[in-house]
Design a protein around this ligand. Structure first.
Ligand code: ZN
Length: 62
């Protein structure tokens, strides 16, 4: 949990966790460092995944 990043999340500025990135079904997936929501990379941009799934089973390392 990153409080500063959570504030950015509240403004819509999510930041993917580099160490959590992985390939799934041919695309990159990761989670937001602040809120832990699932993110996917499309073209060159990271965005929140459509399913809005959370990754509560593994906490992001801070
Ligand atoms: Zn976030």
């Amino acid at each position: 949990m990153n409080i500063l990043q959570l504030l950015r999340c509240a403004k819509g500025h999510h930041v993917r966790s580099g160490r959590r990135a992985r390939f799934v079904n041919g695309r990159r997936e990761s989670v937001c460092r602040g809120c832990g929501r699932k993110m996917v990379k499309e073209d060159q941009y990271w965005r929140l995944a459509d399913d809005g799934g959370t990754a509560q089973e593994t906490q992001p390392a801070t």
